[in-house]
Design a protein around this ligand. Sequence first.
Ligand SMILES: [Zn+2]
Length: 329
Amino acid sequence: MGQQQPQCIITDQCLGIKKACPNIFKNSVHKYCMWYIIQKVPEKVGRAICNDTDFMTDINAVVWDVDLEPEEFEQNWQTVIEAHGMQNNRWLKYVFAIRQKWIPAYFRDLPLGCLLRTTQRSESSNSYFKRFESHFGTLVEFWMRYNSAVEQQRYSQRRMDTANEHSMLEKVGPMKVELHASLVYTHPIFTDFQKDVKHAICSMGVGGLTTLGVVEYHDVHDGLKHRNFRVEFNIKTNESKCAYKLFERHGIVCRHILWVWNGRQVYKIPEPYVLARWTKKSYRSIVQDETRKVIEDIDEANTKKAEKSKVWSEIYATVGVMDNYATVK
Ligand SMILES: [Zn+2]
């Protein structure tokens, strides 16, 4: 990671990790995974309440709502707790007390790159590698299986790179900025971007406009959320900021900003709003260390890996039978 610390670490509530994080990653923010907390609810408040009432639906609606500001979250949480008579539940009191560690309302502008729950990616990685793993495999077998898993991922990557390079997805609407997005973004990111383009065309409307110097404040009415979101737009620099904070969280501009840009003839996504990690170019970069020395070139890495695999195959063919006695538990 080029000596950079992660901006955010999301884990379960393991005490060891809680203690270690600030010591090791001094610049990182440590948060708890919402999924791990929410899955404990039935055990902590009683299964009957969860099965026979709307408590789970109500609490989930408050917890997962990324549009809420902290005050709105606190108000909605209290409403649900009171409506279900849960004011005296100690565990609910505790998770509310640590709300800043796991409720998105408190870190809406933290760049998470679409990663709100650890389960979304880490758990899918776990299940991916599990397909190649066996509890009774030897160390050599593990190495071979791991290599197969990585190779399969690299193959998928190459297929996607080719698709990105040699094909273009169809536009969904008349917004000119969509054409620019199709040229810079990878297909999966462009597909996400198109959802916002569609909504910007169909579901946005004027809520109000005030101007202060070179900055316009557009109150954009969002027909999907049934509320207004304020977009700050600098008419000189095209600098844009929305109260919805989608760009801050995911690195993709939201439908409200797109709507303002369309009205102000911004037909190219301004450079600061195109994150390198979502672009077609990002796949082709090489890995450098802190002194900018190249430490991994994709082609070179593949050659080395093939050589290593050959060596391991030879070792396995020779000592594989002996290794079976020293199984890895
Ligand atoms: Zn927005």
